[in-house]
Design a protein around this ligand. Sequence first.
Ligand code: KG4
Ligand code: ZN
Length: 338
Amino acid sequence: MQRSASVILAIESSCDETAAAILVDGKVASNIIATQKVHEQYGGVVPELASRAHLQQIVPVVDTAIRQAGIVKSDITAVAFTQAPGLIGSLLVGACFAKGFAQALNIPLIAVHHMQAHVLAHFIDEPKPSFPFLCLTVSGGHTQIVLCRSHLEMEVLGETLDDAAGEAFDKVAKMLQLPYPGGPLVDKHAQKGDPDRFSFPIPEIKGLDFSFSGIKTAVLYFLQKQQKDDPGFVANHLDDICASVQHTIVKALLQKLEKAARQRGIKEIGIAGGVSANSGLRQALEDYGRRNGWKVYLPKFEYCTDNAAMIGIAAWYKLQQQQFTDLSAVPSARAQWI
Ligand code: KG4
Ligand code: ZN
């Protein structure tokens, strides 16, 4: 390894994915993710089990990331970790590991905001957006329209007032008795269904904010009513239900994104976060983009859901500005930006 190279070890542990990546001079050299299977039987992430699984996985995941990148520990010049937001116990595992690693190697430590990293995943590969860039960040815990003025200058223009879009997907999936995490399964069934078969109302929320709890409740009441007359309703109409719900969620998201783009006069538009893997959302973004003359940015699938490469790229930009943190940095379950 060239002595002058910048080699970042990035760690992501905010929820139920233990991930590590190595970035050499801002390029991803390895990107390892261990998904925790233990939660499936509970139908959702169990925080205590997540922390324990992170403890078990973090050393082998980091070792694999180092090996796959073809480097050795002493080549690493900085360590980055997710400081917020997330499950506090999960964040603590990554933060403590990163601090120990930085102290042992006497190298700088970089704290990263998980949602900022989702947005910056667009800067891992070409084509990279130009600024100002508008990004709809949709995950299991967040739904935000983010205005990016530069890599590290971001402003939330609108966000959900209740459930996140991913949460709405997962909760509807649960009603349909699909296993956790249900978002990708709703997507899979939706691809075979008719999106106009059933209709659900989109709540009228002022400004650029969102609300998804109403859609979830509308689906619940609709299913209860239908199943009273026909107990086999869900099994017989699964694809059409999934397609119709997905269509509603995607429309609610894109209407607001279109409004934000128009208000701000921005045509560089992207999506990020776990729900950006959704085929309906990706297709709809392309369609809205064509209509509005946008240049659209869809993240690669491996960078949509939680991963450490996005933490690494955020750290790379923080490194340019010497934005380091010290060993007193504490993780936070909620934090707007850090
Ligand atoms: O960004 P992420 O991996 O973790 C959080 O930061 O929350 O997002 C996970 C969320 C889950 O709600 C999951 O169901 C959803 O993203 N998701 C999807 C798809 N893939 C992941 N939702 C709909 N369609 C998908 N294809
Ligand atoms: Zn995430």
